[in-house]
Design a protein. Structure first.
Lengths: 499, 315
């Protein structure tokens, strides 16, 4: 049997006080997709970062085609033919798509950049990820986050890598884009590229991978052939116990209308009329660029509406800043944890109370009462099953799922009546997702209005009492009860596209 | 135990050790250094720099910068001198001076938040404009002869301690309490760390920016008052290069130019470190050109140690 394309032997990584990886030996063969799965904090990201040259291992070896390799930094890994697409985007917003793809490698004519050739090269690479219609000169910041992720994958491909590491590549993609990605991956596989695929979505794992490598607490707990296992076994191995796939059963009782819009419009939104009731979980679904995030932002005054009105408890309101909205009980929690939600470098407890102290909670005469804050955060951390070394830990060091819980705590502690949650389960593991669903149902039962945006149809359908579909800045349908099906939702998102 | 460890790992503590080390070196090499007179003198000389550096800390915490401080200190001095000579009563002069400082801050914040200009550019422009106005108003000449109750703020003593030192320390205490203990203080850190997240969390980021630039302008006016009183004269060339010493002190004290990190305590230690180096080198008769070089080297060293420490923690 030939040497595996990529192999690790007893790979170990320790951080002060933590063993993140413990003697992990993994093999990735040419032309296969190996799924790397595990709960938050199982060591997946650490492993990817070692293979990508970001961290040096504490001990153990990495072999590429049977030869040991050592990286001084990410560039060495790229040069060796290992390209990584990370969960958090690492692109530069104000540069064009083409520049982002070929950054550090811009084609030149003399000392100047050869823009025409750059554009041609970019078009070729973009076509490989199904973005042949995208103008490579578009500034990246103008693209929705999902398209940005596709650009990032294009960049990884452009290095002609032999090994491709994908860390949660679909966390912000919509279903058609995921299908598109899988087609690309199949093509790459056929070309003999080895792909290490990290994901929390078990359906995806089962659809795309050949084998599974399961980590728990930094150790390998199983290596399985995908074809000869099933979801329950994988989950059981990941969490180390059986986990009944519980979705919230009890629903809230829809009550009075809390927040509604009539003909809301701005540069992006067009005549949006929606209403949210107490005791209800409303799902909003739309493809990228459909206006779902823009709508939520407009509702809290982070965008200025140009037309139409917003009513809170029947009275017209005009929030000029999220501050006003929070004061009146409407909060928005952004999908972009790193860019728009959390303060990296600050402790968990301060992050969790930042919104609350703006509206005078835990505050006496302009002075936040740290003791009361800590107590409240500690209680909430318990309830949300938030795992952090301590409340003083830097939120940056938490796993994605735990960071998301801090975001939820931040919204909860300001005690709103309306929760506008943008992709609250993006990039977090199965266990944490279930906890988020439970929480949304609980809030609805307690008489709150809960609105959430999701790109995952199954979760949207399972958790919504009502669904609005959006496309191109418009609400295209309102679905309730049995009408909430995958087919229906997708149909209403697409019909405007073809119309 | 944890508290002790986090204290030992804090930037402030490391700079404090540096301060002790440098002071120890001078104490061994100069018999005058450790005398009470000299130590009080260091404090006095650091106090004007310190007041400016406190204002700078607020601005740097929001990832901004204020290059105008030296010129604004000088302009404040000349404005007060002219008002006094025009017969305006001292209390009104103080009031007008502080209003001037606040106005400078408002102008900066307006340009940054409403027009969208970069702090570096705005304050670079005011640095030149204020210095120019200083020259125009004073006709390039030094102005002196002020009433004693005016000079009290810079030259007065309460017991053995100079009034300037008391103003500096009280101002530092007030600033630290505000930054550590109030919602506004926390919001300043948040805006520096992640302005978009801050706005979506309900922080009115524009107001926060107005506040920090006003604090910086006000600090310049306060420093101008103390400096003019101490010298007994308003000099159009006063406070040259204060902006660089203030920025250096803030950064030595552990703040980050990227915003969101730093304390007043750190800045005060940074100011004292620079003060001790200046004073010690004078006592040891180091030639002025070498003084500048050595001061730069110390700044480099201090920031290097902090950066290395942070890198280790990341890794």
């Amino acid at each position: 049997m030939p040497a595996p394309l990529l192999e690790t032997q007893d790979l170990t990584k320790t951080f002060p006080g933590v063993v993140a990886l413990n003697k992990v030996s993994l093999r990735l063969h040419a032309g296969e997709v190996l799924g790397l799965v595990g709960e938050n904090g199982a060591g997946k990201s650490t492993l990817i970062k070692i293979l990508g040259g970001v961290y040096p291992p504490s001990s153990g070896r990495v072999l590429l085609s049977g030869r040991e390799i050592r990286f001084q930094g990410p560039k060495d890994a790229l040069d060796a033919g290992i390209a990584v697409v990370y969960q958090e985007l690492s692109l530069i917003p104000h540069l064009s798509v083409a520049e982002n793809v070929f950054i550090n490698r811009l084609p030149r004519r003399g000392v100047l950049v050869d823009w025409r050739r750059l554009e041609r090269m970019a078009r070729e690479v973009l076509a490989e990820v199904g973005l042949s219609d995208l103008d490579p000169r578009t500034p990246l910041a103008e693209l929705p986050i999902g398209v940005q992720q596709s650009v990032e994958i294009a960049r990884a491909l452009s290095y002609r890598a032999r090994v491709l590491l994908l860390d949660e590549p679909t966390s912000s993609l919509t279903e058609p884009e995921v299908e598109n990605l899988f087609q690309i991956l199949s093509r790459l596989k056929a070309q003999g590229i080895g792909i290490l695929y990290v994901s929390h979505h078990l359906e995806e794992i089962f659809e795309i991978t050949d084998r599974l490598h399961i980590l728990r607490d930094g150790r390998t707990v199983a290596v399985l052939e995908t074809a000869s296992t099933h979801e329950d076994e994988v989950i059981a191995r990941m969490v180390g116990r059986d986990l009944g796939q519980v979705l919230p059963e009890q629903r809230g009782q829809p009550g009075e209308v809390v927040l509604e819009t009539r003909g809301l419009g701005d540069r992006f939104l067009k005549e949006v009329s929606v209403r949210f009731r107490r005791g209800e979980v409303v799902g909003i679904y739309g493809l990228l660029g459909s206006g779902r995030t823009e709508l939520l932002k407009a509702l809290v005054g982070a965008r200025r509406p140009l037309a139409g009105e917003v009513r809170l408890f029947g009275r017209p309101v005009r929030f000029s800043h999220p501050h006003d909205a929070a004061r009146q009980g409407v909060v928005y929690s952004s999908e972009d944890r790193k860019g728009e939600n959390l303060f990296f470098g600050f402790p968990v407890w301060k992050n969790a109370t930042y919104q609350a102290i703006q509206i005078g909670r835990f505050v006496r005469l302009g002075v936040p009462q740290a003791r009361a804050e800590r107590r409240a955060v500690a209680e909430l951390a318990e309830r949300l099953n938030l795992k952090a070394p301590s409340l003083d830990a830097d939120v940056y060091h938490l796993s994605g799922g735990n960071q998301q819980k801090v975001c939820l705590a931040k919204a909860l502690l300001s005690e709103p009546e309306v929760f506008l949650l943008d992709e609250p389960t993006r990039g977090i593991d199965v266990g944490a997702k279930l906890e988020v669903y439970q929480l949304m149902a609980e809030l609805a039962r307690a008489g709150k209005a809960v609105v959430f945006v999701s790109s995952e149809l199954p979760e949207l359908i399972a958790n919504s009492d009502r669904v609005y579909t959006m496309a191109r800045g418009r609400v295209t349908a309102e679905l309730t009860g049995d009408a909430i099906t995958e087919e229906n939702v997708l149909k209403h998102c697409l019909e405007v596209e073809t119309a | 135990m944890n508290r002790l460890r986090s204290l030992l790992q804090s930037s402030e503590f490391v700079v404090f050790l540096g301060l002790l080390a440098v002071a120890g070196f001078f104490a061994l090499n100069s018999p005058v250094f450790l005398t009470r007179f000299n130590l009080l003198n260091i404090l006095l000389q650091s106090s004007i720099q310190g007041i400016v550096a406190i204002g700078m800390t607020f601005v740097i915490l929001t990832a901004g910068i204020d290059l105008s401080v030296g010129s604004v200190v000088a302009l404040s001095g000349v404005i007060m001198a002219l008002l006094l000579h025009a017969g305006v009563p001292v209390w009104a002069v103080l009031l007008l001076n502080f209003a001037f400082g606040v106005l400078v801050g408002v102008f900066h914040a307006f340009s940054i938040t409403r027009i969208g200009m970069a702090p570096f550019i705005v304050t670079l422009a005011t640095m030149a404009m204020a210095r120019g106005l200083t020259m125009v108003l004073s006709d390039g000449k030094t102005i002196f002869d002020f009433p004693p109750e005016f000079e009290f703020f810079g030259a007065g003593q309460i017991g053995p301690i100079a009034v300037a030192v008391i103003i500096f320390l009280l101002y530092a205490l007030l600033a630290e309490l505000l930054l550590r203990g109030t919602v506004l203080g926390r919001n300043i850190y948040a805006v520096g760390s992640n302005p978009r997240a801050a706005a979506l969390s309900g922080i009115r980021t524009e107001r926060v920016l107005y506040f920090v630039y006003i604090v910086s302008g006000f600090s310049c006016a306060l420093a101008g008052l103390v400096l003019t009183g101490r010298l007994g004269a308003a000099m159009p060339t006063a406070a040259m290069g204060y902006e660089l010493d203030a920025i250096a002190a803030v950064i030595i004290g552990g703040a980050s130019l990227m915003g969101g990190k730093g304390t007043i305590l750190g800045t005060v230690i940074g100011v004292l470190l620079i003060g001790v180096i200046n004073n010690g080198m004078n006592l040891m008769n180091v030639p002025p050109f070498w003084q500048s070089f050595l001061k730069g080297a110390v700044i480099y060293l201090a920031v290097m140690i902090d950066s290395l420490k942070n890198r280790q923690r990341e890794g």
